[in-house]
Structures are given as C-alpha cells and as structure tokens.
Design a binder for this molecule. Structure first.
Ligand SMILES: NC(=O)c1ccc[n+]([C@@H]2O[C@H](COP(=O)([O-])OP(=O)(O)OC[C@H]3O[C@@H](n4cnc5c(N)ncnc54)[C@H](O)[C@@H]3O)[C@@H](O)[C@H]2O)c1
Length: 317
C-alpha cells in the first residue's frame, strides 16, 4: 500500500483528494494546509499546518504538491531530498532553470517526479491524439483551442493575480493547451502571440505554426463572470473534430456525426477509440502511482517536453 501525503488543500485538492481516497493501492495518510479550515472538508486523514512536521512524523512513498505555483519547486525539492516520490501540480515552475534542478534532484535521490499536466490524461484530448496518430481522417489542416474564464477572485493572498506568483494566464491557463500541443505534435516551428494584459483582465491568442498545419490557442481571464469554457475544433482533411459545450463530436465528410466518448447504458465505450477508464485527474494520479509501485519510468510527462513548454511560455508571456 502506497503511503501518500498531500500539501495545499485549496481548489485543485478537490480533484486530487477524492482520487487518492478512491484508490485500493494507496492510502492518503496525511494532508497539510497552513489554513486549518481548508482541511475540514477531508475528514479521516491526519491534518498538519506545517509541511516539515508532516514529513518528520510520517513515512511517505508519494507527496502530492497542490500548492500555489510559486511554491511547487521548493516543496518538491524538499520531499525528493527526503527520498519521497513527488507528483506536482502544473506548472513545473515559472523558471526554466528549475527543470534541470528538479529532475537532477529526482535522479540523485532515486525517486520519481511527475508534473500533473492533466490534458495528457483527458479522454477528449486522448481521442484527438489517436485520430491524429492514426491518420484516420487524413492530414491535420488547422485547429483552434480555447480556455476562457473570468478574472480570478478571492484566492489565497491573491496569488493568482500576482505575476511573480502565478505567471498569470500564460502559465496558469494557456499552459494546458500548449502542453498538449507539445505532447501530441512536438515543438512548433514558430509562434506569434498577441496579448492584452490589463490590471483586471488578461487575454492572449497564440498562433503555433507546425509547417503543414497551424493551431490558434486562446486564453482569457475576462472582466466578467464568464463561465469557464475549454475546448477545441480540429480541421482534418476528411472530418472536423470538435470538443464544445455538448462534448466531443466527430463530423465526417460523408455527413455523419458521432460522439466517441459517450458510453452506452451498460457504461461501455461504443467507439473504436481507446478511452481511459476514469476521469482525467484520477487517471493521472493512478498513472503516477503505478509508476511508483511498479518502478516504471514516467514516460507520459517528460522533462524534455516540459522544458519546451516553459521556454515558449517565457517567450510569449
Ligand atoms: N490541473 C488543473 O486543472 C488545475 C486547476 C486548478 C489549479 N491548478 C494548479 O494547482 C495549484 C493550486 O491551485 P489552487 O487553485 O488549488 O490554489 P488555492 O489558492 O485554492 O489553494 C492553495 C492552498 O495552498 C495553501 N498553502 C499556501 N502555502 C502553504 C504552505 N506553505 N503550506 C501548506 N499549505 C499552503 C493555501 O492555504 C491554499 O489553501 C496551482 O499551481 C494551479 O496552477 C491546476
């Protein structure tokens, strides 16, 4: 049984804690947040307000870092230097030099390290990658991706809206789409970014040029309660693959349309695509736990791809 500790019990812990709790081969032993009230919604675990004390008083196989972005590197290093495997929320860091430091520290201590780039584990994006890899609908021609929402409010210490703490929308939102692009298609040949960064709203649109095709990705924190909306529309030679408010739909050139991620009444997948068995956060957590438990390399999220993403983000920001 893997012994797990989690630090940072804010918004994203709501996806991580239940995933750990649902697992048969892992036990979430202890959780930590400097604000004790944030832990009350997760009864049945030991509570700590001091990360060092949590590490001192328990033995862990995995530490899950769900802290604000500017703390990811420091806490991951601390755990790995104690010989503990680390799963860290995205982004790996705001600083490119931390990529080498983190991976060298993992290697030196003989532990595994993975950044939770969740789109690599997300069914709709996984189907899209399978379509591209299989050439099922011909070549890719163009695409749009989007990740849009309102300006963040009421975060701890307002960290989301401080550039030096979160990196703002390039590192907080756009990173998801760029990470998926690098994962699925490799590094783009060129890119052009347009951005409007105002004190209370932020919008960017980047065109990634891959030579044979180009992809436009938008991200926003609008000055409005715009409901969060992520999705994509990929134009292949013989189909449009669209992930919109009504789910993933394939519109083929013969006039057919179908939804490859919908299950039948028995909960079975009706399409010929391989779909992950659970939700994306659970998939990524199960994947990392499997790598640790069975001493498998963390191949799905590589150091090289994270370094490419961070370099581009530091150029387009
Ligand atoms: N993968 C995704 O889809 C996704 C979605 C949202 C957020 N995130 C990432 O998750 C991370 C956390 O985001 P969030 O929205 O949960 O933030 P949050 O502000 O809601 O939560 C962070 C928590 O960390 C706690 N904290 C701060 N310093 C601490 C310390 N020294 N020790 C212990 N606890 C401490 C705070 O009290 C707070 O409860 C961010 O890096 C963000 O980019 C990822």
């Amino acid at each position: 049984m893997l012994k797990v500790g989690l630090v940072g019990c804010g918004g994203i812990s709501g996806a991580h804690v239940p995933s750990w709790d649902d697992m048969d081969n892992a036990e979430l032993v202890a959780i930590c947040d400097i604000r004790p009230e944030k832990m009350e919604r997760y009864p049945g675990h030991k509570f700590y307000t001091d990360f060092d004390k949590m590490l001192e008083e328990n033995e862990f196989d995995i530490i899950d870092v769900c802290l604000p972005t500017f703390l990811h590197c420091e806490f991951a290093l601390k755990a790995m230097n104690k010989g503990i495997n680390v799963l860290s929320e995205k982004p790996i860091s705001l600083n490119e030099s931390d990529v080498d430091l983190l991976y060298e520290t993992a290697e030196k201590n003989g532990v595994k390290y993975m950044v939770a780039q969740v789109l690599r584990f997300w069914s709709e994006y996984e189907v899209l990658k399978q379509i591209y890899d299989s050439n099922k609908y011909g070549k890719l021609i163009s695409a749009s991706m989007w990740r849009l929402g309102g300006y963040p409010s009421n975060s701890w210490m307002e960290w989301y809206t401080k550039k030096e703490l979160s990196g703002l929308i390039p590192f907080d939102l756009h990173i998801h789409d760029l990470d998926f692009l690098v994962y699925a298609f490799g590094a783009p040949k060129n890119y052009v970014c347009n951005r409007k960064e105002l004190p209370d709203q932020d919008y960017m649109s980047v065109v990634y040029d891959y030579g044979d095709f180009f992809i436009t990705a938008e991200a926003s924190w609008f000055k409005a309660k715009y409901p969060f909306y992520m999705g994509f529309r990929f134009q292949f030679e013989n189909a449009v693959v669209a992930f919109e408010r009504d789910g993933l739909t394939i519109y083929d050139c013969d006039g057919n349309e179908f939804k490859p991620c919908e299950m039948n009444e028995g909960g079975e997948n009706q399409s010929d695509f391989e779909l992950p068995s659970a939700g994306a956060y659970e998939n990524e957590i199960r994947y990392f736990a499997d790598c640790v438990e069975n001493n498998k390399p963390v191949e799905k999220v590589t150091k090289e791809s994270l370094a490419v993403v961070l370099k581009i983000l530091n150029e387009v920001k």
